[in-house]
Design a protein around this ligand. Sequence first.
Ligand SMILES: Cc1cc2nc3c(=O)[nH]c(=O)nc-3n(C[C@H](O)[C@H](O)[C@H](O)COP(=O)(O)OP(=O)(O)OC[C@H]3O[C@@H](n4cnc5c(N)ncnc54)[C@H](O)[C@@H]3O)c2cc1C
Length: 411
Amino acid sequence: MGREFDIIVLGGGISGAAMALALADTPLSVALVDTSALEPVEHDGTFDARVSALTEASRHLLNNLGAWERMVEQRVSPYYGMEVWDAAGTGTIKFSARELAVSRLGHIVENNVTRGALLEKLATTSVHMMGGLEVQGLKKKGDQVELKLWDKSLLHARLVIAADGANSRARGWASIPMREWDYLHHAIVTTVETEKPHKDTAWQVFQHTGPLAFLPLPSENGRNYCSIVWSQIPDEARRLMGLPDEEFCELLEQTIEGKLGRILSCEKRHKFPLRQRHARQYHRGHVVLVGDAAHTIHPLAGQGANLGLLDVASLAGEIKRACERDEDFASKMVLDRYQRSREGHNLAMAGIMEGLQRIFDSDNMLFSWLRNTGLNIVDHLPVLKQEIVTRAMGIKGEIPELARGRKVSVH
Ligand SMILES: Cc1cc2nc3c(=O)[nH]c(=O)nc-3n(C[C@H](O)[C@H](O)[C@H](O)COP(=O)(O)OP(=O)(O)OC[C@H]3O[C@@H](n4cnc5c(N)ncnc54)[C@H](O)[C@@H]3O)c2cc1C
C-alpha cells in the first residue's frame, strides 16, 4: 500500500499549481505531482517565450490565492489598448481602456512568472509537493484511485484532479473520450526587440494564412520588447522556423506593416501545433479534468490559460462547498456540478475561436466583406465593443466566486 491522500493534483503547470493552492486551506490532504521540479525558476533577465494574456478574472483568482503580488514584483505587463486589423482589406478595430471606462484590458505575463509565484506560495502551505515524479498509470480501486509512479511505487487518492496538459495521459487512462480536430495551424512564439515602443497595446493582424500578434512586454534598459505569436499553415510555419533571424525579423516587420518600426532582433523560436480539443465529459471514476487536459483552443484571443483558471476556481468552489456541507467531495453529484458550471462556457469560447478562425482564414468574398465591414461597423458601436471586451476580460458573465474581484477567505 502506497501513500494516501484525499486529493492528488496530477500536473503542476499553471492550472495544477493554482488548483493545489486553491485547496490548501481545506481540511483535505492534498498532493501535487509533476514530472518536472516543482520549484520556481530563477529569473536571469531573459523573457520566457511562453506568455499569456491574463484576464481580470484570472488576476482576481491569482490575487485571492496570494500569488499576484509576487507576480507584480517579478514582471507583469498591463496593456491598455488593442488594435486588430485585416491584412487583406481596410477593416480595423481598436479597443482602449479609457474609451471603455476600465482600468486596463489585461496583463501579459510570462508563464514561468505565474507558475513560479504559485509554487512559491504553495511551499508555505501543507500541500505535499512531489516534483520530479512521472505518473505512469492510474486505475480505480474500490472508492480510490491508484497512481503508479515511474519507480513502481504507488499513490492513492479519493480524487485525482488531472491537470496534465493538452496530451493528458490521465484522460486516456480514465477512458474519457474527446472531440478534437486540427486547426491546420502551427503557432510560432518568440520574444522580439522592436525599434518603436509598443504603447502598452496588443497588436494583431489577420492574414489569410493566420494571425500574427505582438504582445507588449516591459521595457528593459530603455529597450522595447514584445512577445509574438504567429499562427500559420504548417508548411509556411516550417519555412518561417528555418529562416535566418534577420529574414524572419524582416518578414515580421512587413507583416505588422511597420507599426513598431524595425524588428531589431528575435530570441529562439518555438513551434506548437494547434488543435481544438474538448473532453466529452469532465470526470469519470474519481478522475476530474481541468485546464488543457479538459480543453484546448486556438490562441488567437489568448483565452486558454484563462479558461483553465476558471475551471480551477469552479472546481475548488464545489469541493469546498461539499466539505462545508459534509458531502463527499469526490462524489458524482459534486463533480457534475463542476462540469455543469464550466462546460457551456468552455464550449462557447471554443465555438467563437472556431468561427473567428474561419472568417479570417477565408478568401471567400462574403467573409472578406464581413471582415472589412464588420470590423469597421463594430469599431463605431461603443456599446457592442464594451460588451465584447468586458466578457473577454472576465468581468462580465458567470464568474466563479474565487475569480471575482473581492477578497474571499483563502489562506
Ligand atoms: C502559442 C500559444 C499561445 C498561448 N497564449 C495564451 C494566452 O495569451 N492566454 C491564455 O490564457 N492562454 C494562452 N495559451 C494557452 C496556455 O498556454 C495553456 O492553456 C496553459 O499553459 C495550460 O496550462 P495547464 O497547466 O493546463 O497545462 P500544462 O502547462 O501543459 O501543464 C501540464 C503539467 O503536467 C505535467 N505532466 C504531464 N504528464 C505528467 C505525468 N504523466 N506525470 C507527472 N506530471 C505530468 C507536465 O510536466 C506539466 O507541468 C497559449 C497556448 C499556445 C500554444
